[in-house]
Design a protein around this ligand. Structure first.
Ligand SMILES: CCCCCCCC/C=C\CCCCCCCC(=O)N[C@@H](CCSC)C(=O)O
Ligand SMILES: [Zn+2]
Ligand SMILES: [Zn+2]
Length: 453
């Protein structure tokens, strides 16, 4: 059963230096209380990193086996009191669901991993393969003080990982139009990100004698041009091509033929899937207008107007290219453009018969979710703490073992985030099984089944 107390602790991250540190400390105390075996077992070392994050080192019995890592985070995005069926930090149970901020992103993983390990320890289990567990405290605001510090600490210790598993994708059930059965998407990369601040300055004055153009009007026109001119379609130039090829047999005729021949049909397919926001995020670098600020009084022409625009960069594009397109689209020197944060899409992790992590995930998914009809490589449309671990391994995977239905995706960072009790139990079962399946020292034989790889 989900430790409901974890959801009740409001570990909200507003900005990098605006965290609810009281709640973060309480979360640390909470996990020590509910997972006593994890904190007292002789072969498990726990450390607090960056003041609030946790790093667990689980020493396996066979030092020859290269360790792996499980990553999660305890912080959550803010939640408004309105719009929710139940208050976001009440952990209310209703018709088999637990409601609350963090139930999908990402206390389900943080608590699920520790819960699975606690169960194993109570059965006197000791793993053969060593592994690390990282529970970050600031993923939602960059991960620089939590996840990144954990990565740097491990790097300083000379650690290399055979693979790493973080949040960022899931088992999609009815999310992809045309696919009826649940499919597991394990993200082999995540999109890059670019956040720009746009500023326009103009002379302030009395609203009774306004100039032809004001800072607000100029800025509004600029952001509107960005919204009306989406970034180019790149569908088929990144790993989403692999994803749809793997999923081709899930579509009914004639779509299955179309998906098998994306070299020919990708322009057509991209026009269809871009109609929905999640589909659009697979097709291109997305443009999101997220902040707009100007004005202080109805009869004062403001001097300053500013806006923030956040782009999530398609794996086939780079920051520099996006920036050039933005400048060309705005095409107005009065709009000052400054870069707030920027990073390119993450490297693509291996997806082949030699990829140990993939084979272990595949086997575990088939054990725990037998109704999943395909397992395919995907793209994480957001960002995760795993991006700070690229110096430790090239095998980084983003997959939350939870079934997401069409309306669940918008609950993440939205209203009424929830997880069913059954789905949480499956998540713990997956992690319980994954830790044991990771003890193999060589790859399992290819499985004869209809599952895709
Ligand atoms: C053809 C349709 C394919 C649809 C695929 C959609 C799959 C959606 C499944 C899960 C959603 C995952 C959400 C991504 C996780 C993002 C975690 C997050 O919120 N990170 C923050 C980090 C902020 S760092 C400044 C972010 O804003 O990305
Ligand atoms: Zn998250
Ligand atoms: Zn998030």
């Amino acid at each position: 059963m989900f430790s409901l107390g974890a959801i009740k602790i409001p570990t909200v991250a507003f900005l990098r230096k605006q965290l609810n540190t009281t709640a973060l400390i309480e979360f640390g105390k909470y996990i020590q209380k509910v997972f006593p075996a994890v904190f007292s077992t002789e072969f498990i070392q726990h450390e607090v990193v960056g003041e609030y994050s946790y790093l667990f080192t689980v020493r396996g019995s066979d030092p020859q086996l290269m360790p792996y890592m499980l990553l999660a985070h305890m912080d959550v995005v803010p939640a408004s009191e309105e719009g929710w069926k139940f208050p976001p930090f009440s952990a209310e149970e209703d018709e088999g669901y637990i409601y609350g901020r963090g139930t999908l992103d990402n206390k389900n993983s943080a608590i699920g991993i520790l819960q699975a390990l606690e169960f194993l320890l109570r059965r006197n289990y000791r793993p053969r393969r060593s592994f690390y567990i990282g529970i970050g405290h600031d993923e939602e605001v960059s991960g620089l003080d939590g996840g990144k510090q954990i990565a740097m600490l491990l790097q300083a210790r000379g650690v290399k990982l055979s693979f790493l598993l973080d949040e960022g994708s899931g088992i999609l059930d009815g999310v992809i139009e045309g696919i009826k059965s649940p499919v597991a998407l394990i993200a082999v990369t995540e999109k890059g990100s670019l956040t720009l601040n746009l500023t326009v300055r103009s002379d302030p004055g009395h609203s009774s004698a306004p100039p032809k153009e004001t800072s607000i009007g100029i800025l509004a026109a600029a952001v509107s041009r960005l919204e009306k001119n989406p970034m180019p379609r790149l569908f088929g130039y990144g790993p989403e091509l692999m994803m749809f090829e793997h999923l081709a047999s899930e579509f009914a005729f004639p779509l299955n033929i179309v998906m098998k021949n994306l070299w020919l049909f990708s322009p057509l397919v991209s026009r269809i899937i871009e109609r929905k926001p999640t589909g659009n995020s697979m097709v291109r670098t997305t443009t999101a207008l997220t902040i707009f600020k100007a004005g202080i009084k109805f009869n004062v022409i403001p001097h300053l107007a500013s806006a923030a625009v956040n782009f999530r960069i398609h794996p086939a594009q780079k920051v520099a290219e996006v920036l050039e397109i933005v400048k060309d689209t705005i095409d107005d020197d009065r709009v000052e453009i400054t870069v707030t944060e920027a990073f390119d899409p993450l490297p693509i992790s291996p997806w082949d018969d030699q990829a140990l992590g993939v084979q272990i995930f595949r086997r575990t998914i088939m054990d725990v979710f037998p109704h999943v009809s395909s397992i395919a490589p995907g793209v994480c449309i957001g960002n995760t703490d795993s991006r700070h671990f690229t110096n430790l391994t090239d095998a980084i995977y983003r997959f939350n073992p939870v079934v997401l239905k069409a309306d669940d995706v918008s609950r993440i960072h939205g209203w009424n985030e929830r997880i069913s009790v059954k789905d949480y139990e499956k998540q713990v079962e997956f992690l319980f099984q994954l830790i044991q399946n990771s003890d193999i020292d060589k790859l399992p034989k290819p499985h004869l089944s209809t599952h895709e790889l």
